[in-house]
Design a binder for this molecule. Structure first.
Ligand code: SF4
Length: 406
């Protein structure tokens, strides 16, 4: 895979050494066991895959190059380029301003823009409506576009579904930038509707089976269906695509469920005429990182620490997998580890940061699983590891461990 120029401050010598060694020993990416960093009284089990993905590195490279290439120009980002607070803050410190927040709320009016301005499209892509608005102002949207190719792949898949006259069902978080962008692209070609989870997929199915009156659909899915959606005719042929960062098992269950609903209604022999049978559109990083967490969870441990932005969809799914098995702490940087006793961490169910005491059990060796989301710099993960390790009298330093992987 292509390598990118990413500021060195995001890299971690320790984690780069580990990743390179694992890559060299497992070129086909078949081994999902974690890597042990054995400090003696504390053992860190690092997931096989985590951290910056292709799309994030591509976006960071383009954003910093844009700053270099445009001295004196006003540079804007449509919204957070990726869901990582440190990277976004670094971009702001280089003078880049954000036009919208992560939910699409306007922070700076488009009215202040002019044709001399540069606007960077984030890795999640954007809606056709926003692209048009920028183009109408005279701002081109191709040159500084960091849309991840794996997101564009979802748009292409929904176009293919639309070409065959199927309605596009998008499994994604309705307010997430990527899902809003995918919805806009899908809706330009076919009737489209977003379902956020299995509960909503089940409600949608009731309009297919006739359990619910079609009229109710327009209230229930008011903000999640394309203009002019016809709940009667537009649910006779459907195909499913997903936001690239959903939980693989959820995505599979929803597709299987809707396939069965169509088979029950129209008969298995006619299924292909009513359900576009395509593979999921999760990206490689989502698959690798989730498989690596499943592999990591095979190791008996005391707790898990997951590092990433609190609004990062892919990171929250890694937490979801971990918390089924053991206490899992979702933090966005090492500063959230307040002491050996206290940790401030994010509960994505209630969307609040909470304080937990005695998160490190009084046993030795304590075993900790560690991973991070696709937008989290490895340097932050290393800082987390060093902070935890610093609470113990180490038998080996991080540098000694690093030498072992070189
Ligand atoms: S998580 Fe996947 S889709 Fe999102 S930027 Fe990374 S590679 Fe692209």
């Amino acid at each position: 895979m292509k390598s990118f120029e990413v500021p060195i401050i995001y890299r971690s010598p320790l984690i780069t050494a580990v990743k390179n060694k694992r890559k060299e020993m497992d070129k086909m990416k078949k081994d999902f066991t974690p890597t042990l960093l054995d400090f003696g009284p504390v053992r860190i089990f690092l997931a096989r895959h985590f951290g910056f993905c292709y799309g994030v590195e591509n976006a960071i490279e383009i954003a910093f190059k844009t700053v270099e290439e445009n001295p004196g120009k006003r540079i804007f980002l449509l919204s957070e380029m990726i869901h990582n607070p440190q990277v976004n803050a670094d971009l702001e410190s280089h003078g880049i301003k954000f036009l919208q927040d992560t939910y699409g709320k306007q922070l700076i009016s488009f009215d202040v823009l002019n044709a001399d301005d540069v606007v960077i499209i984030p890795a999640f892509g954007t809606t056709l409506e926003i692209e048009k608005k920028l183009n109408d102002i005279g701002i081109p949207t191709e040159k500084y576009n960091t849309t991840c190719p794996f997101v564009e792949k979802v748009w292409n898949r929904s176009e293919a579904i639309a070409r065959n006259k199927y309605t596009v069902v998008i499994h994604g978080k309705p307010k997430h930038e990527e899902t809003r962008a995918t919805f806009s692209h899908a809706a330009a070609n076919a009737p489209s509707v977003v379902v956020k989870d299995m509960a909503q997929a089940k409600e949608l199915s009731k309009y297919i089976t006739g359990e619910k009156q079609h009229a109710e659909f327009y209230t229930e899915f008011a903000d999640q269906c394309s203009p002019g959606f016809n709940a009667e005719g537009d649910l006779e042929k459907i195909g499913v695509v997903n936001q690239t960062t959903m939980l693989a098992s959820d995505t599979q269950s929803i597709a299987d469920f809707l396939r069965q609903v169509m088979a029950d209604k129209y008969g298995s022999e006619n299924l292909n005429d009513h359900f576009a049978d395509t593979r999921d559109t999760l990206c490689y990083a989502t698959n690798d990182n989730q498989s690596a967490v499943s592999g990591m969870l095979e190791t008996k441990a005391d707790l898990a620490i997951v590092v990433g932005g609190y609004n990062s969809s892919n990171t929250s799914h890694l937490v979801e997998l971990c918390e089924k098995k053991l206490p899992a702490y979702f933090i966005n940087n090492e500063e959230k580890i307040l002491s050996r006793k206290d940790i401030l961490h994010y509960d994505f169910h209630t969307r609040q940061e909470i304080l937990t005491s005695n998160y490190l059990p009084h046993i030795e060796p304590v075993k900790i699983l560690v991973t991070s989301g696709a937008s989290c710099p490895d340097a932050v993960v290393e800082a987390v590891i060093r902070k935890i390790a610093g609470y113990y009298p180490l038998e080996k330093t991080p540098e000694e461990l690093m030498a072992h992987f070189k």
